[in-house]
Design a binder for this molecule. Structure first.
Ligand code: GLC
Ligand code: CA
Length: 544
C-alpha cells in the first residue's frame, strides 16, 4: 500500500490566503496563523504555490531565485516556522517547482543576456533575424512563443509569458541545477513537490512550424520527458516523497508512465481534460455549458485507465488557474450548498488523491467582476484585448473573461463577515467576492450542515475506509447523461457513489442488492436509496 493513498492535499495560494501585516498580500505567517483551521479540516499536506523572489508577472510562476523567499511573503525564518508548526500538527508542506522556465529576471537569464555562452545554453536561443521567427508556435498566454533580442541577434522560446523563458533541459548542467534545488528544500524539511507544467520540459530535436495547431504536439510529453523525470527524482533525492506533476494537454498513456510506481517518476498527475468539457471545440475562450456526457466519459476513461495501468490520479475540480467549481458545474443560487457538496463527493471518493483548493471547502464562488481593471491575471488582460481584436464587443469579451478568468480562483479567502472577509486589514491586492458576508469560514466551521463540515467528513472517510483509499473502481450508468455513478470495492466492502449533476430530478434504477444498502453519506438530510435523485443530490451507499 502506497503511503499517500489515504492522504488529502490542500492547495494554498499564499497571496490570497491570509495577510498578517496589512499590505494587502497574503503571506507565510498568514498560513501559519491558519494551521489550526487546516488541522481541523483534517488535511495531510499543504501545496503552496510559488512564494520565491519574482517580478510577479505571472503571480510567482516567473521565478527569479529558486532558493529564497520573496520578502512580500516573508522570510526564510517565517518558512521554517511554518514547516515546524505544520509538522507539529502532522501536516507536511509541498512546494511548487517551476522548472519548465525561469523569469527573465533570473540571474541565469541575465547572464545569458549579457553574452555569457554558458548561460545562453541554459535557455532555448535561436540565431536569426527579426523578420524570421523560428517557428509559428503560439504562447499559452496568447501571441507568439518567441521573442527577439536585437542586442544578441537571437530569439528565445517562451511557451508562457514573454518574461518566462523556457529552460534547456537538454543541457545536463541545467538538470543538475534543478536537482540541487530539490535537495535544498528537502533539507529544509519540505515533504513533497508539485511540478509546474512538467510535461513540457523536453523539446524536439528539430524546431518546425506547426501547420495543424499551436505547436504543442511538438513539445507536450516530449521525447525525453520520462528520462528527465527519472533523473530528476533520483538526483534530487526525492524518490518516495509525495510528488505531483501538472500535465498540460497530456495523454492517459503518458500519465500511466509518469505515475507507475515501478518507474520512479512521480506519485501522481494532474490532467485537465475533464476541465475542458465547457470549452467549445477545445477553445477556452468560447463559452459553452458543461457537456455532462463528456465529463462522465473522461472520468471513466481516466479512472479505469489509470487503474489498469497502475497509475495514480490527482483528483480535483479547482485550483488557482480554474474558475470555481460550484459556479461552473453547480449552482450558485438555490442549490449552492447541495451542489458544492455533490461536487466534493464526486471527486473525493474516486481512486486517487483529492486536492482541496482554498475556499472550495466553504463553497466559494466566481468573482463576477464587472470591469477589466478589477482583473489582475496576465492571461485575462491579454485575452480581453485578443477577443476584441477578433471582433468581439467589449461587453462580449467581458462576459467571457468573467466566466473564464483565472482570477475567479484567486480572490481572497473568505474567513469571516468583517471587512475584506478577514483576509487583510489593508487594501487587498485583488477584490474580495461580495458574497463574503454569507459565504465564509467562520459561519461554517461549527455548523454541522455546512459545506465545510461535509468536506471535513469526506477527508475523514478516506482515512476510515480502506475501500476509498485502496479500492477498485468501475463506472456505472455510463449512458445516463445526468448521473455520475461509480462503484468501489475492496474485499467484502463496497460503495456505490451516485451524483446528480443537474438541477432537476434524476431517476435511477438501483440494482436489487443496493436497494436496502446502508447510507454512508448524503447531501440531503433524509438520504436513502430511492427511485430518483433530487437536484444535485449525492448519495453514497455501502455494503459490507
Ligand atoms: C501552470 C500554473 C500557472 C502558470 C503556468 C506557467 O499552469 O499553474 O498558474 O501560469 O503554469 O508557469
Ligand atoms: Ca502581507
Amino acid at each position: 500500500m502506497a503511503n499517500f493513498h489515504d492522504k488529502v492535499v490542500y492547495q494554498i495560494y499564499p497571496k490570497s490566503f491570509c495577510d498578517t501585516n496589512g499590505d494587502g498580500l497574503g503571506d507565510l505567517p498568514g498560513v501559519t496563523a491558519r494551521l489550526d483551521y487546516l488541522k481541523d479540516l483534517g488535511v495531510d499536506y499543504l501545496w503552496l504555490t510559488p512564494f520565491f523572489p519574482s517580478p510577479q508577472r505571472d503571480n510567482g510562476y516567473d521565478v527569479a531565485d529558486y532558493r529564497a523567499i520573496d520578502p512580500r511573503f516573508g522570510t526564510m525564518e517565517d518558512l521554517e516556522t511554518l514547516i515546524r508548526e505544520a509538522d507539529k500538527r502532522g501536516i507536511g508542506l509541498m512546494l511548487d517547482m517551476v522548472f519548465n522556465h525561469t523569469s527573465t529576471a533570473h540571474p541565469w537569464f541575465q547572464k545569458a543576456l549579457a553574452g555569457d555562452r554558458k548561460y545562453q545554453d541554459y535557455y532555448i536561443f535561436k540565431d536569426g533575424s527579426p523578420d524570421k521567427i523560428p517557428t509559428n508556435w503560439v504562447s499559452k498566454f496568447g501571441g507568439p512563443a518567441w521573442e527577439y533580442l536585437p542586442a544578441l541577434g537571437k530569439w528565445y522560446l517562451h511557451l508562457f509569458d514573454v518574461t518566462q523563458a523556457d529552460l534547456n533541459w537538454e543541457n545536463p548542467e541545467v538538470r543538475a541545477e534543478l536537482a540541487g534545488i530539490l535537495r535544498f528544500w528537502k533539507d529544509k524539511g519540505i515533504k513533497g513537490f508539485r511540478f509546474d507544467v512538467v510535461n513540457l520540459i523536453s523539446k524536439p530535436e528539430v524546431y518546425e512550424d506547426d501547420h495543424q495547431g499551436d505547436g504543442r504536439r511538438f513539445y507536450t510529453d516530449g521525447r525525453n520527458v520520462h528520462r528527465y523525470l527519472q533523473e530528476l527524482v533520483a538526483a534530487g533525492g526525492i524518490d518516495g516523497m509525495i510528488t505531483v506533476g501538472e500535465m498540460s494537454s497530456t495523454s492517459l498513456e503518458n500519465c500511466i508512465g509518469y505515475t507507475d510506481p515501478d518507474r520512479h517518476e512521480l506519485t501522481m498527475t494532474f490532467s485537465f481534460h475533464h476541465l475542458k468539457v465547457d470549452y467549445r471545440n477545445g477553445d477556452k475562450w468560447t463559452l459553452m455549458p458543461a457537456d455532462h456526457m463528456a465529463l462522465k466519459n473522461l472520468f471513466a476513461q481516466w479512472q479505469e485507465g489509470m487503474q489498469a495501468g497502475h497509475g495514480w490520479n490527482a483528483l480535483f475540480w479547482c485550483n488557482h488557474d480554474q474558475p470555481r467549481a460550484v459556479s461552473r458545474f453547480g449552482d450558485e443560487g438555490r442549490y449552492w450548498k447541495e451542489s458544492a457538496k455533490m461536487l466534493g463527493t464526486a471527486t473525493h471518493l474516486m481512486r486517487g488523491t483529492p486536492y482541496i483548493f482554498q475556499g472550495e471547502e466553504i463553497g466559494m464562488t466566481n468573482c463576477h467582476f464587472r470591469s477589466i481593471d478589477q482583473y489582475r491575471d496576465v492571461e485575462s488582460l491579454n485575452y480581453y484585448q485578443i477577443l476584441q481584436q477578433q471582433g468581439k464587443s467589449s461587453a462580449e469579451a467581458m462576459e467571457i473573461i468573467q466566466q473564464r478568468s483565472r482570477d475567479n480562483g484567486r480572490t481572497p479567502m473568505q474567513w469571516d463577515g468583517t471587512t475584506h472577509a478577514g483576509f487583510t486589514t489593508g487594501t487587498p491586492w485583488i477584490g474580495v467576492v461580495d458574497n463574503y458576508p454569507a459565504i465564509n469560514a467562520a459561519a461554517q466551521v461549527d455548523d454541522p450542515d455546512s459545506v465545510y463540515s461535509y468536506y471535513k467528513k469526506l477527508v475523514a472517510l478516506r482515512k476510515q475506509h480502506r475501500v476509498i483509499s485502496e479500492g477498485q473502481i468501475e463506472f456505472l450508468y455510463k449512458d445516463d447523461p445526468d448521473l455520475l455513478a461509480y462503484r468501489r470495492w475492496d474485499g467484502d466492502s463496497q460503495l456505490l457513489v451516485l451524483c446528480n449533476l443537474t438541477g432537476h430530478e434524476a431517476p435511477v434504477q438501483l440494482p436489487a442488492q443496493w436497494q436496502d444498502a446502508g447510507v454512508l453519506l448524503g447531501n440531503y438530510p433524509d438520504a436513502a436509496p430511492a427511485a430518483a435523485l433530487r437536484p444535485y443530490e449525492a448519495l453514497v451507499l455501502s455494503l459490507d
